[in-house]
Design a protein around this ligand. Structure first.
Ligand code: 13P
Ligand code: SF4
Length: 349
């Protein structure tokens, strides 16, 4: 047998026979055979599988590491394997490639985008910067590589406050693209010279204040965990301000921060305002607590494109490979490196 034929056999899998693609890869069951095939193929490719907290439970369970955006970026910068399989959305895999350009970075379905990352383009940012010469640009990691190349420091929801606090107080800041995260950071830091782009994530913006207030009323003993990208973050603080929910029960947290809080909570019930994939890790972290979604329709269709079929196809075919133009990657690297240096470890590290 030639070495090419033997490699083809190593990476082949009979489970892929039922693969279909009607906009999302399907046709493969996530049973024990699939788990064994995924692990065998990952080993054969010398690959580390990373999964975001919003992925389907089967994908989270088969991964080497599960975490929030910051933790996964830090892990991606450090893994010893030649290949990273990023079970998350495209900007996350791009960030891994920027941090580890010598590695092969694969995403199980390159169509997994992000409505928030799409809410600002590099041209729009260049224009905004021209209107504010001298301002420091802080971009959420949920941005394209082109936008990162025009950015001074990236952040995630777990270190956005620390990133803004690291910038001299008299320096203007352009914060993008998430308006709700921006409002949260402005509230916490009291920073006045911070301009905020009016972007949003369609999933989190859809978790509204009325739903949160109704749930808080129906579950008066529950803690509230609210992701800062949510449209209802302000309502959560309003409820606390009005005394409808005690102050110490309202926590605005990144997905990793929610897991840390879950491990320490004394509450029996927690209402969770973020993408529903988060419930899987929360229930694992604190099996005695009743975690409920504030909005059980808050599912990110992009995160859910990373199906069992997509992951198997990725490991068999070595696709979809993520490429970032080397000059663009070099331009964005210092912003991303500064991001992973700021803030506490946690969220899956
Ligand atoms: P974190 O994992 O950083 O909280 O991010 C949430 C998110 O929306 C990623 O798309
Ligand atoms: Fe983007 Fe929102 Fe999906 Fe996160 S949940 S990947 S911010 S669209």
């Amino acid at each position: 047998m030639t070495s090419a034929a033997s490699a083809a056999r190593t990476f082949d899998s009979p489970l892929l026979e039922g693969l279909t693609d009607h906009g999302v890869y399907a046709g493969v069951e996530a049973g024990p055979d699939w788990v064994a095939e995924v692990r065998r193929l990952a080993k054969a490719r010398n690959a580390t599988i990373l999964a975001h907290n919003y992925e389907l439970p089967a994908i989270q369970d088969v991964a080497d590491f599960v975490g929030d955006s910051l933790a996964l970026s830090r892990i991606a910068a450090d893994v010893p394997t030649d290949t990273i399989v990023f079970c998350g959305v495209h900007f996350m895999a791009e960030t891994a490639k920027i941090l580890s350009p010598e590695k092969t970075v694969l995403i199980p379905d390159q169509r997994a985008g992000c409505s928030l990352a799409d809410s600002i383009t590099a041209v729009e940012l260049a224009q905004w910067k021209a209107e504010h010469p001298g301002a420091v640009v802080v971009s959420y990691v949920n941005t394209t590589a082109e936008v990162k190349a025009l950015t001074d420091i990236c952040c995630t929801s777990s270190n956005a406050v620390e990133v803004v606090e690291s910038i001299p107080e008299d320096t203007e800041i352009l914060f993008l693209p998430d308006q709700f995260l921006g409002a949260h950071v402005k509230r916490v830091t009291g920073r006045q010279n911070m301009h905020i782009w009016a972007g949003e994530c369609h999933v989190h913006a859809g978790i509204n204040g009325d739903e949160l207030a109704a749930q808080a009323k129906a579950h008066p003993e529950a803690d509230l965990y609210v992701h800062p990208e949510c449209g209802c973050a302000t309502s959560a603080l309003y409820l606390a301000g009005e005394g409808a929910v005690p102050d110490d029960r309202v926590k605005i947290l990144s997905t990793g921060g929610m897991l840390d809080a879950a491990r320490e909570t004394g509450a029996r019930e927690v209402l969770v305002a973020t993408e529903v994939g988060m419930l899987h890790q929360l229930r694992r972290a604190a099996p005695g607590v009743d975690f409920r979604a504030v909005n059980d329709r808050a599912s990110c269709k992009y995160m859910k494109m990373i199906t069992p079929a997509a992951l198997l196809r990725c490991l068999v075919e070595g696709r979809d490979e993520v490429f970032v133009d080397p000059a663009m990657a070099a331009a964005g690297r210092s912003a991303v490196t500064r991001m992973i240096e700021i803030g506490q470890p946690g969220g899956g590290e």
